[in-house]
Design a protein around this ligand. Structure first.
Ligand SMILES: Cc1cc2nc3c(=O)[nH]c(=O)nc-3n(C[C@H](O)[C@H](O)[C@H](O)COP(=O)(O)OP(=O)(O)OC[C@H]3O[C@@H](n4cnc5c(N)ncnc54)[C@H](O)[C@@H]3O)c2cc1C
Length: 491
């Protein structure tokens, strides 16, 4: 069985599946996001960018033709952030080279279309004999083929226990603006653009390259327990106090059980001695994951039982601080599931991420348990993680040190299914608001104006600043158009 490390070096099975999905989706001018597939968008044409100059050429072409531009990396955002109807669409995936690796300071400059497996693989290959190798600090969990440009534009986070969003790991980036000019943005140079474009969903220009701050690669050990949610806040605190670096709580999803959202697999990772032996860890195969995906829809009780048994059996396993963040993601997994489940209409999962003050976590979960009604059935998978406050990005989602509750909800692609999902996701935001919380903009765009204003009081100013930097609104997505329309009366 492949370990995550062997998979990377071998370019293994999941990478193959991911590539396959991408080729299919680029064949026409109708584009869609990878996961929810709820954002079919007809663009004017797709331009593959493979250099800084090709980004500038795309901007100049858009200006000459009076067209707008949208840009995508891995196409995993789920609210149309990466596609603009009738736009010239820039596919940044060929923009995937390492430009500079500063081993003295632990910084690496990469082109913005580079995806995490490519970057992690580069760092392994370039440092085979390094005594103190560098590694990425954090990436998203649950999927890997996401770009660094996409990571900056959503200001993503991973499962670090004491990390801020990725802005903490960004030294600088280069940006092609609406005039086709190139700017370096950092805390020193163009600091306002730095704050706006990180978490700015591609609306301030095309990010060409990113200089990331790396961390020493560490050996870490996984410690797993199954615990009740009530114990989770103290358990997280205790792990942080004991020096653990990463961790999350994966909750039970069987709505018929008293354990629903209450019981979870609590797994955390602590650094161990550099000299510790590294036996090959036991990992689930792609087929094991397919089976768990099926069970997570068809028999949730069993899914949790099998998953928690497996996870508990991995306690004590050792990993590397970078490759342990890789996941198995099977592109288009729902197509096979729809057949297996005998679905009469296509369906996928839409994710949402809700933030609540840590002390309010038990109350928020009880609100969901008590009030989510028929939507309880649609919870397929979810985790709880921690984030530290981001006091740098303009559209900061981590306004304080939150508990992050992730919900993957099953969405049927019919008008009734979409209406039901809209209601479910709005309800979750309302429960969050009741607890003084918020939600993440990178997923659906079903929040109401009242909810957007409550969670992102700076949103209107964000749109105004977008127009200040891009007066012709060259950079547009359907996500942007949605909010421009929503706030038209105050813009
Ligand atoms: C299964 C799954 C798991 C996820 N897990 C997490 C998680 O653990 N943590 C988390 O924080 N998020 C998570 N996400 C959300 C994801 O990280 C964001 O949506 C991210 O932006 C996707 O990156 P991408 O390369 O696919 O970007 P895309 O979807 O292609 O684009 C996203 C945004 O970035 C912009 N963009 C992309 N490239 C550039 C560029 N070069 N210049 C300017 N703008 C650009 C696009 O215009 C768009 O606005 C997850 C999503 C999925 C589907």
């Amino acid at each position: 069985m492949l370990t995550r490390r062997q998979f990377l070096v071998g370019g293994g099975v999941v990478g193959g599946l991911a590539g396959c999905g991408r080729r299919l989706s680029t064949a026409g001018r109708q584009l869609n996001d990878i996961q929810s597939q709820l954002n079919a968008t007809r663009v004017d044409r797709v331009v593959e960018a493979d250099s800084l100059e090709s980004l500038r050429t795309a901007v100049r072409a858009a200006r000459a033709e009076a067209r707008t531009i949208s840009i995508a990396g891995g196409r995993h955002a789920m609210g149309g952030q990466q596609f603009g109807t009738d736009a010239i669409h820039v596919d940044a995936t060929p923009l995937n080279h390492v430009l500079r690796f500063d081993r003295d300071h632990g910084q690496i400059e990469v082109e913005a279309g580079m995806q995490w497996p490519e970057l992690i693989d580069y760092l392994w290959r370039a440092q085979t004999s390094a005594a103190r190798p560098w590694a990425i600090a954090q990436k998203q969990t649950g999927a890997d083929r996401l770009s660094i440009g996409g990571a900056l534009s959503a200001n993503i986070h991973g499962r670090g226990l004491t990390f801020r969003p990725i802005i903490q790991d960004v030294e600088a980036f280069t940006l092609v603006d609406a005039g086709g000019d190139v700017h370096t943005c950092s805390r020193r140079d163009n600091p306002e653009l730095f704050r706006l474009a990180i978490g700015g969903y591609g609306l301030f220009g095309l990010i060409a390259s990113v200089t990331l701050r790396l961390r020493p690669r560490q050996k870490i050990e996984r410690v797993v327990e199954v615990i009740d949610l009530d114990a989770a806040p103290a358990a997280f605190d205790a792990r942080i106090h004991a020096g653990f670096a990463y961790g999350d709580f994966q909750y039970a999803t069987d709505a018929t059980s008293a354990d629903f959202l209450r019981k979870g697999v609590f797994s955390c990772y602590r650094p161990i001695e550099d000299s510790s032996p590294m036996p090959v860890p036991r990992e689930l195969s792609a087929n094991d994951w397919r089976r768990l995906l099926y069970l997570s829809h068809a028999d949730k009780k069993r899914a949790f039982a099998e998953y928690s048994t497996y996870y508990l059996s991995t306690t004590g396993q050792r990993y590397w601080s970078d490759t342990h963040q890789l996941s198995v993601y099977i592109d288009n997994y729902h197509e096979a599931l729809n057949r297996q489940l005998g679905a009469t209409a296509p369906a996928t999962e839409m994710i949402t991420e809700i933030y609540v003050p840590r002390a309010a976590l038990p109350r928020f979960i009880e609100d969901v348990r008590a009030g989510f009604g028929e939507h309880r059935e649609s919870v397929i998978y979810g985790t709880i993680r921690l984030i530290e406050r981001d006091d740098e990005s303009f559209l900061a989602w981590a306004r304080q040190s939150w508990a992050c509750v992730i919900f993957n909800l099953h969405v049927v692609h019919t008008p009734e299914g979409i209406a039901r999902a809209t209601d479910a996701f709005r309800r979750l935001i309302d429960y969050a608001l009741r607890s003084g919380g918020s939600y993440y903009l990178t997923y659906h765009r079903w929040a109401t104006r009242r909810q957007v204003e409550a969670c992102y009081p700076q949103f209107v100013e964000f749109l105004r600043l977008k127009r200040k930097y891009d007066p012709d609104e060259r950079f547009q997505s359907d996500w942007y158009r949605h909010y421009r329309q929503m706030f038209a009366d105050v813009l």
